[in-house]
Design a protein around this ligand. Structure first.
Ligand code: FMN
Length: 416
């Protein structure tokens, strides 16, 4: 079976098999922003399930900039012991765990950030939810250099804690992808304008991380095949950036797509040609395969073992990324390898309110609740309704209000 085969990465490390759990923000650390035992337990369950590579939910590289209230932040060594415990879920095994490094840029909730920064002062506009986001301030050049260095520093701290690699979050409209997008990046200096300039940030982030972790440590990236927005980062531009990253020696290039404004990553924006197909960005990956020899991972929509096997057999990609199926089937890798699982059926919870259902918000929350259930040692509840998700979210917000929103108080102190 192709999925069970080992993969040698350019840095010399090996993945034990071709299945990866793609990043899912766990949102479980509201007050102190360090890993919790519930969070670590969810990763224990995934490691016990045999997946070759677990990529964590996005870890913030800067305490002053948070995407969501419960993000883990790693910008110093204050949580070293808990990070060690988190990394140890793969200790004494050939499995990997890579934290995903992120800075939200303008896709940062106003309630939890004193100030929001981005390449340019262009606000996030999500239908019916734009008020949740603050208009960002354009970064100064010294701040850009500082952020590049912070990506590298966070990677070094995580390596020291025992994580076996890192992934840069270069997709979904966060800071790295904002630099790439002409729709969001209006800079007139060396960080904006031509594609060469817009790609400078991601290349410098990669180089800084590489310098801080060494040549033999896995460094990957998740990048958009396109933003699916008129005037945004296109497929042709993405292909050029992937070539540049490939030439730098990137160990694993994960392909996804979309932003908060166009959530293609969870299937909310599908081109006609991909409607009947499971994997959302397969057409793009086939083209990239002809351009780069670095290992490629594709995430988004894979649901049958037959499709995953075919994509690997045809040489279109090297690693199959799955996210939502892992919240219901934490042991899916072992079950696929032993032949007892062929289809990954997962529900798409719907409220019937179009704006809410197409925003991806309920779907994402539904799976977040399931990650927590995994961490609490509970069994998944595939029948959990969209309305229970909203109820759960409201009650969690009420609890935070009663506790005085500890993360908001922190945000006021933090600031740029
Ligand atoms: C609850 C949830 C949280 C997510 N958080 C992240 C994240 O932190 N970083 C990221 O790159 N993608 C994130 N994603 C997107 C997934 O990694 C993946 O690209 C998407 O769900 C499509 O894959 P799937 O069809 O196998 O679920 C998240 C998805 C869900 C459902």
């Amino acid at each position: 079976m192709n999925l069970a085969k080992e993969l040698l990465l350019p840095c010399g490390a090996r993945l034990a098999n071709r299945l990866a759990k793609s990043a899912m923000s766990e949102n479980m650390s509201p007050s102190h922003h360090g890993p919790t035992s519930t969070l670590i337990h969810a990763y224990e369950r995934w490691a016990q399930g045999g997946v070759g590579l677990s990529i964590t939910g996005n870890v913030m590289i800067d305490r002053r900039a948070m995407g969501e209230p419960g993000n883990v932040i790693v910008d110093d060594k204050r949580d070293h012991e808990m990070l060690q415990q988190w990394a140890s879920v793969v200790k004494h095994s050939p499995l990997h765990i890579w934290p995903q490094l992120n800075h939200p840029g303008r896709q940062a909730l106003a309630a939890i950030n004193k100030e929001v920064v981005a390449p340019s002062a262009v606000a996030t506009k999500v239908k019916g939810m734009s008020a949740l986001f603050k208009k960002p301030r354009a970064l100064t050049e010294p701040e850009i250099f500082d952020l590049i260095d912070r990506f590298g520093r966070t990677a070094r701290i995580l390596k020291q804690a025992g994580f076996t690699g890192v992934q840069i979050h270069g997709a979904h409209g966060y800071l790295v992808s904002q630099f790439l997008s002409p729709l969001v990046n209006h800079r007139k200096d060396q960080w904006g304008g031509s594609l060469e300039n817009r790609a400078r940030f991601v290349l410098e982030v990669y180089r800084n991380i590489r310098a801080q972790v060494g040549a033999d440590y896995p460094v990957g990236i998740k990048i958009n095949s396109a933003d699916f927005q008129r005037g945004g980062f296109t497929e042709e531009e993405s292909m050029e950036v992937v070539k540049l990253l490939g030439a730098e020696g990137m160990d694993l290039i994960e392909i996804s797509g979309g932003t908060y404004e166009r959530p293609a990553m969870i299937g909310a924006v599908k081109k006609k040609s991909t409607q009947e197909r499971e994997a959302y960005f397969l057409d793009y990956v086939k083209k990239v395969r002809r351009q780069v020899s670095n290992p490629l991972m594709l995430t988004g929509g894979f649901r049958t073992v037959a499709t995953m096997e075919r994509a690997l057999a045809d040489g279109e990609l090297d690693v199959v990324g799955l996210a939502r199926p892992f919240t219901l089937h934490p042991d899916l890798a072992n079950r696929i390898f032993e032949g007892s699982l062929q289809r990954l059926d997962i529900p798409t919870p719907k409220t019937g309110i179009k704006a809410l259902d197409t925003s991806g918000f309920v779907d994402t929350m539904w799976h977040e609740i399931h990650i927590r259930r995994l961490g609490e040692g509970k069994i998944p509840d595939p029948k959990l309704s969209a309305y229970s998700v909203i109820g759960h979210n409201l009650s969690a917000t009420m609890k935070k209000l009663l506790n005085g929103f500890p993360f908001m108080k922190g945000a006021k102190k933090r600031g740029y």
